[in-house]
Design a binder for this molecule. Structure first.
Ligand SMILES: [Zn+2]
Length: 161
């Protein structure tokens, strides 16, 4: 799956564990992820399995207590915003790295194509040289043939005389 690679390891990581209970806004089972940088490092949360390739903003801390007071909720909300930022930054980094990788691959492919082209050109010039040599040889052979006939004719004339 592409999402696994895009999630990578530097932003947030998917543990691969799928919650049997929680479903995200787009109807998929939420996955548990760990925050990898920022003030919430090491904390686990449920998120959309398709993140970041989705508009689904489902988020829930693991061990989220629904009976939390409003104050705690506000704290969690601030934490969530911070984490969201960290996660987004992490995901962007991964996205950029992924793009860089893709670029590298394309460059490599281009290089190999360039070399292939060079090889083909070399082969072509080799073939041309061989062709030239061959036609030159043909000329030499026909010239030799011509002179041998002349010599033969002269020999006949000499013998008859
Ligand atoms: Zn979702």
């Amino acid at each position: 799956m592409a999402s696994r690679r895009e999630l990578g390891s530097s932003g947030s990581s998917s543990s691969g564990f799928i919650s049997p209970k929680l479903k995200c806004h787009c109807g998929n089972y939420a996955v548990v992820r760990t925050v990898k940088n920022g003030p919430n490092v090491g904390m686990k949360f449920y998120g959309c399995p398709k993140w970041p390739v989705t508009d689904c903003e489902f988020f829930q801390w693991v061990n989220w207590n629904m009976d939390n007071s409003n104050v705690n909720r506000d704290v969690e909300d601030v934490r969530f915003r911070l984490l969201e930022k960290d996660t987004v930054i992490g995901e962007k980094e991964i996205e950029i790295n992924f793009m860089k990788e893709t670029l590298k691959k394309v460059e490599l492919k281009l290089k190999s194509k360039d070399e292939e082209l060079k090889d083909t050109k070399k082969e072509l010039s080799c073939t041309r040289i061989e062709l030239m040599k061959a036609s030159r040889n043909e000329n030499i052979i026909s010239l030799a043939l011509f002179f041998s006939w002349v010599f033969f004719a002269l020999l006949l004339v000499y013998l008859k005389a």
